[in-house]
Design a protein around this ligand. Structure first.
Ligand SMILES: NC(=O)c1ccc[n+]([C@@H]2O[C@H](COP(=O)([O-])OP(=O)(O)OC[C@H]3O[C@@H](n4cnc5c(N)ncnc54)[C@H](OP(=O)(O)O)[C@@H]3O)[C@@H](O)[C@H]2O)c1
Length: 227
């Protein structure tokens, strides 16, 4: 029907340009910003009913399915925990070839809350990149933006800075466009190995949210570069 109407009115049916794997807090936040920027979004969950619930909450322009469905977007965001992100990339295999894969994970050791689970000199993004199929490009982004600030589109009344690291210029540019259209500032900070510092720094910010010394920090702070 949509295609028929598009033909009658001479408009193209919008293509899904962003797929989000996961239906939790970050899926909601990133989808909210993407929709504000006019993107069409596909939400894929390990439980299709939960994905459908989030899609319905987000409204028009959102489709849903399960993690056995093919990702439709050119950009695929892994909005799942680090171990799950690795499993998802392994399971999808060649279905992710040619995609820009966005790793948003913070590989924190949640048992100790005192270190990362990746070795020094490595990062979650680089580990995920090792598992990605040929022709896919992994980009680190959104790991320093808390989910609630993405839904709000701001922190402390300021627009959000989104730090981006990746080895492929076109993939970095695609993620930058998504970020910019959603009302945030994209900051491409360097190659994928800069994810080591982005993950380390966000770990510090996470410990600050949990630290009673910073009583007014409540997973709602923003990391911003000012001048
Ligand atoms: N929350 C933040 O502010 C924040 C900020 C920056 C980065 N991050 C990172 O973003 C990622 C997601 O965090 P979140 O806060 O959105 O977590 P969340 O609300 O707990 O959502 C996690 C999602 O992952 C799904 N999932 C878990 N294991 C899976 C698997 N094996 N296969 C497929 N899906 C699986 C869950 O599915 P079910 O619903 O079916 O359990 C759920 O949809 C994490 O890597 C986190 O480090 C979070």
């Amino acid at each position: 029907m949509k295609t028929l109407l598009a033909r009658i009115f001479g408009k193209k049916t919008p293509m899904t340009n962003l797929t989000i794997i996961g239906n939790g807090n970050m899926a909601r936040g990133i989808a909210t910003r993407a929709l504000a920027g006019g993107q069409s979004v596909q939400i894929l969950g390990q439980d299709a009913a939960k994905a459908q619930e989030l899609a319905a909450e987000l409204g028009a322009g959102v489709t849903s399915g399960s993690t056995v469905d093919v990702p439709q977007g050119n950009i695929v965001v892994l909005a799942v925990p680090f171990d799950a992100a690795k499993s998802v990339v392994r399971a999808y295999g060649d279905a992710l070839a040619g995609k820009t894969i966005v790793d948003i994970t913070n590989p924190v050791n949640f048992e100790t809350f005192d270190s990362l689970v990746v070795e020094p000199g490595n990062s979650a993004a680089e580990e995920i990149s090792q598992l990605a199929p040929a022709g896919a490009h992994v980009v680190k982004a959104f790991n320093t933006t808390f989910a609630g600030t993405l839904v709000a589109g701001e922190s402390g009344g300021q627009p959000l800075d989104v730090f981006i690291a990746g080895d492929n210029g076109a993939a970095n540019a695609a993620v930058s466009s998504l970020v910019d259209a959603g009302g945030m500032r994209p900051l491409v900070v360097g190659p994928l190995k800069r994810a080591r510092e982005l993950e380390g720094f966000q770990f510090v910010l996470m410990t600050m949210q949990a630290n009673p010394e910073f009583a007014d920090f409540n997973w709602d702070t923003g990391l911003q570069v000012t001048k």
